[in-house]
Each structure stands twice: as C-alpha cells, then as structure tokens.
Design a protein around this ligand. Structure first.
Ligand SMILES: [Zn+2]
Length: 648
C-alpha cells in the first residue's frame, strides 16, 4: 500500500533556458494562439416551405475529362475553373437547402462522373438525367450549368426551357418557372445583361414532360463573371438564388404542379417529406422506440427496482462506448413521484436516460441526475498522475474490473470523489473513465493544469531508473533543460517518496524525444481550404466531403493516416478537452460529438480555443462552442463529448 504523499510546491516552468544546439529536441512550449478566420454562417432555409415537393437536380457535365475523345469543356477564362466542378458545388449546396425546406430531392450525380454507364453517347447521357426525374416522379427537373460564348462581353443569367410537351401542347408552367428562376437568380448573381428565357428543343428540357429548366448562371468566358464566380464560396450565392426560385415556384404554382404530376403519373403515391433534422425530436423518437423494444408488453412498471434491468440493458446494449462515458443512474420513489437519481459526465446522456425511463412508464419523472464533474471537487478538478503507474477500476475499490493503467505525468480530468475522499473518478489521457486511489493524482486547478499542459514536453522513449524511481517509457513530462547530448532534465509531477532532491530528474538525453511541433496549424490550414465545400455523405474531395472525410484529409496532409469514420477516429490520440474544460484546445485538436446512444456521430478540428472547422450540412464551416461567439452552435455544443490530439 502506498503511503500518502505530502506534495511539495513545484514550479512547473523552471527555466526557459538552455535548449542548446540540440537538433533532436526542439522546445515548443506555450499555448499557441487560436487561428483567426473570416467565416460566416451557412445559409439556413426558414421553415419547411417545400413540403410535398419532389425535385430532381442535375449538376451539368461531369466525368467527361476521363473519357476517350474528350476535347475540353467550358472553363473560367482566367481562373480556369471547370464548369462541371462548379455545377457540382452549386448542386451540393442547393440539395441541402431544398431538403431542409422539406422537399424530397434527387441528384443525378454526386461526384465527377457521367450519369449513364460506360462510353455512352450524348443522347444516352442526357437521357439518363431526365430519366431520373421520370423515375422519381418529380414535380420539377432543374439542371445547373455555366455558360460560355465566343463574344467575351456576354454576361448574364440564361434560363433554357422548351415550353411544349411531346404532343406539341403549350407548357405554361415551364415559362413561369423560367421567369421566376431568372428573377431570383439575377438577385444573387453577378450579371451585366438581361436575357429572355432561351427556348430550345434541347434534350435536357424536351426529353420529359415534367416542367424542366436549365439555369446557366453566367458566362465563364466573361472575365468579370469569371472573377466573381471563382471567389471561394460564391457558388453559395448561386445556390441560394436557385433555392429562392424553387420556393417561389412551389408557393405560387403548387396546385398546377400537383395537377401536372397527377396527369403524368396517374399512379403516383402521396409525397412523404423527409424527417425534420431537429436533434430534440430525434432524441425523443429514438428513446421512445428503444423503450418499446426494451419493454414490448408496454405495461407500466410498478416499482422503482424494475427500472434497473432496463437501464442495465440500455448501458450494455445501446450505449456504444462505455469506456469514455460515465452513467450511473437509478429510479427512486413511487407512482406519481418518480425520481431519476445518479450521475453522468455527459449532458446528452442525462437527457436520454430521463426520456427513456419516462417512455418506460415512470411518469411524471423528476430528472435529478447530477452532471459530473462534481461540485465537491472544487477548483482542483484536474491533475497529473504522480506515481509511475496506476490502474483505474470500474468501481471505487481495489481491483474491481480493471479499465486501464495510467502512467507518470499523464494529465487527468477528475469527475467525482468518494465520500471519504479515498478514491477519485477520472478521465485518463486515453479518455477511459475509471476510479483510482486519490494519492495517484497530483490535483491541480485549471491554471496550474494549463501551465503543465503547455510546457515544452519530452517523451520518455526508454524506461529508466532514476533515483530508485521507474520513469516508464511512454511517459510525457515537461522538459526543463538539456545539457548537450548527455542529460535531459524533466519535471516530475511531485516529489514522490524516494526522490529527495527536488521536483526535477535527470535522464540520459538518448532516452527522451521531443513532442509535437506546430503541425496542428498545418492541419487547420488544410481543413480551411475546404470552407464552403458542400456536405456529401462519404465524400473526401473538394467537390463534396463529409465530417470525418474532412478530418481525415486534413491530418493526411501532415502524414497522419486516421481511420475513415468519426467513431473510429475518436479513439486516436490523447484526451485534451471535455465539455467543462475547453482551455486545453490547440489548433489541430480533433473534436468529437455524440448522440443519445453515446455514439460518436460527428467530428471537427479545433482552430485553437472554442472555434472549430467541420463539415455539417450544407457545407464545411466554422462553428463555436462559446455562446457569446456569433458562430455559436447550440446543437454541437450540447453534443460535444471530448477532444483528442492525435498528433505526437
Ligand atoms: Zn454546361
């Protein structure tokens, strides 16, 4: 048994000194400044004005550059931007706006490829696009293009339609669609000339009797328009213009569009709008479904004890990661006065457990679950492991269900302590939650902890015995000084037992290596390159990307290959921040967000501080965890679980 150790006051940053001419160990202490960026909030539709609408959008071109016989396509006269890529960016944004507004939206393509398979000819390719609108029984078909002309001064929005059906009858809806689109797109998009709708028997607009239009947003052959459209993020203006056009068309002509669809598709089923993306609705629905699965009889439980089994099942079967989250709750009381007691370290799990227990029949329920860290820890709710190695346990007793082992110098986040103060509940550096003997940890307040974390660090790469103390390989400790190639002086968390001479210790220089550099800033710089790129599920490219795709390509730029999905990425790296401690965030740290089942569903990259770059529909954007920041996101703030530093 370890005896209680009296902590000596330790100066953490003993010296800025020396760091001589050593090439291998480069000091890089101090907390880097957050990276500043000019960022705006993405466009958000108001309400759900498009419920009931089905629409197919067709990003023009794609895939032809890798086909035989390719002879170039429309490109920016100076910027060299490729038309097909630009069309894709506009479509990617427009897709989310329309869907958020309640429309059912189909896209002919989501990456750089042809729509018809193989070496198809032009007719097959264009036919494949209008066919999708037929197959999905769409109300409207909208193709997105950019123009090019021999006359370099040509500069304006052109809407292409063919207002006759296959039988030769007039199609007034198409003329109305063209007029509305032109008006709304011109409001948002650079143009010097006004063009009337262009009526032409082009297969994209004559191939189907569904009201169809092509928007040519502007002439890439015009230097002014090219300069306007090639500014990063401009495709958003084009998408908003098109979105406003569709909303007006649906609002002003819904009855005619419904009648047209009924005429074209007599067997068409009623349209079911996509579900709302409101996270509160989702949690409620998910926990109600779960309650029905756990208690199929639906008979309301009569005693508090009956809840234990259900809660155990929720934790074992549903809560996907039981290593990082602490949830210890139980029902108390009697019918008419149920209480949910216990504690958790994640606000969303408190809410989820409450909704679940209510859905099981414990109604009304007073949700008294305590959010950790516990207030009784006071200011010193951080710490550093001060003994060479220490197991963490599933319960506050020796040997109970080993979770992991902590190493000397490891930073920990405290969550709770037992009544007698002999055990602490904490998050280790690997984010595992467990109980340790309280003398394991040198407790610190936020300031002291920050000073420790931002010291120049060295990693012990070979276990060493120093003054009868094991300094385990893998331990990371503040580096005080280096004397040539021979001695590295490290700071210990405290004066432990046999170390008589003070809070520092000397090791052979060959047994330590430096930690980190400013690679985090490079990760951020790569991520910011993708700002305004539309969210495309599964995407990893400048044409469309998803949340973990963005994290993956950004780290890849500094040579670190992370797993594909957010829930896999979330297990890599040292824990550096939690919902109640954001001061540890440095540029490049990876942030993770969970849903009501504890599953990591989202990832982003810290700019240092509370801002982070991430990809969430409609686009790659910067958001903040700070309610005072104009970029604050309540949704992601509530879902934020922890941040890790996957970099060395
Ligand atoms: Zn085109």
């Amino acid at each position: 048994m370890l005896k209680r150790i009296v902590l000596a006051a330790v100066t953490l940053l003993l010296a800025t000194s020396v760091f001589a001419e050593d090439k291998d160990i480069v000091p890089h202490g101090g907390k880097p400044k957050p990276i500043e960026v000019e960022a705006t909030r993405p466009f958000e539709p108001e309400g759900r004005p498009l419920e009931g609408l089905i629409l197919t959008i067709d990003p023009g071109h794609g895939g032809s550059a890798h086909q035989p016989g390719y002879s170039g396509s429309a490109r920016g006269v100076n910027s060299r931007v490729i038309e097909g890529d630009l069309n894709m960016l506009v479509a990617g944004q427009l897709f989310h706006h329309l869907q958020d507004a309640g429309a059912r939206v189909y896209m002919t393509r989501r990456d750089d490829r042809k729509v018809a398979p193989g070496d198809s000819d032009r007719a097959a390719e264009l036919g494949a696009r209008t066919n999708l609108a037929e197959k999905t029984q769409s109300h409207l078909f909208l193709a997105l293009h950019h123009n090019s002309a021999p006359r370099a001064t040509a500069d304006g929005v052109v809407i292409l339609i063919y207002p006759k059906d296959k039988a030769g009858n007039e199609q007034p809806l198409e003329k109305q669609f063209a007029a509305i689109l032109r008006e709304e797109v011109e409001k948002k998009v650079h143009h010097n000339e006004k063009f009337d709708a262009w009526e032409n028997d082009h297969p994209l607009v004559s191939g189907s009797d569904i009201p169809s239009a092509v928007i040519e947003f502007g002439f890439l052959s015009n230097p002014d328009f090219d300069a306007w459209v090639s500014v990063k993020g401009r495709h958003r203006e084009e998408a908003i213009g098109a979105y406003n056009g569709v909303v007006r068309m649906w609002t002003e002509h819904r009855a005619e569009l419904e009648a047209k669809r009924a005429e074209l598709f007599p067997d068409a089923k009623p349209v079911v709008p996509p579900p709302s993306v409101d996270p509160d609705d989702r949690l409620e629905a998910a926990m109600t479904r779960l309650a029905a699965r756990l208690n199929p009889s639906g008979v309301a439980p009569k005693t508090a004890d009956q809840a234990d089994g259900y809660i155990e099942l929720y934790k074992k079967v549903i809560l996907s990661d039981r290593t990082s989250y602490y949830l210890n709750v139980s029902v108390e009381g009697e019918p008419g006065a149920w209480r949910l007691a216990g504690e958790t370290n994640q606000p969303i799990l408190k809410r989820a457990a409450g909704v679940l227990v209510e859905a099981l029949g414990y109604k009304p329920l007073d949700n008294q679950v305590r959010l950790l860290p516990s207030g009784k820890l006071g200011a010193k709710k951080f710490g550093v492991v001060q003994i060479p190695m220490a197991f963490t346990w599933g319960e506050p007793r020796e040997g109970a269900d080993v979770q992991t082992q902590l190493l000397l110098g490891e930073p920990v986040f405290l969550l709770d302590e037992t009544e007698d103060g002999s055990y602490l509940l904490l998050h280790g550096g690997d984010s595992y939650v467990g109980w340790v003997r309280s003398e394991t940890v040198r407790r610190m307040d936020a300031e002291e902890f920050g000073a420790w974390a931002n010291s120049p660090m060295a990693r012990v790469i070979r276990s060493e015995h120093a003054n009868d103390l094991v300094i385990p390989g893998g331990a990371v400790l503040p580096l005080v000084s280096l004397a040539g190639d021979t001695t590295a002086t490290l700071t210990l968390p405290s004066v432990v037992g046999v170390i008589k001479k003070g809070p520092t210790i000397d090791l052979p220089a060959s047994s330590v290596a430096s930690v980190a550099g400013d690679v985090g800033a490079r990760v951020v710089a790569t991520a910011l390159e993708y700002l305004t790129v539309p969210y495309v599920f599964g995407g990893r490219s400048p044409q469309g990307i998803d949340c973990s795709g963005l994290v993956g390509v950004s780290y890849s730029s500094v040579g670190l290959v992370l797993p594909r999905d957010a829930n896999q990425q979330a297990i890599v790296g040292k824990l550096v921040a939690t919902p109640w401690y954001l001061d540890g965030l440095r540029p490049g740290d990876a942030l993770f967000f969970i849903d009501e089942t504890g599953r990591v569903i989202h990832a982003g990259i810290s700019l240092g501080g509370t801002r982070f770059v991430h990809c969430s529909p409609p686009e790659v954007q910067v958001s903040s965890l700070d309610p005072a920041d104009p970029l604050y996101s309540k949704t992601w703030h509530e879902a934020f679980a922890f941040a890790r530093r996957p970099l060395p």
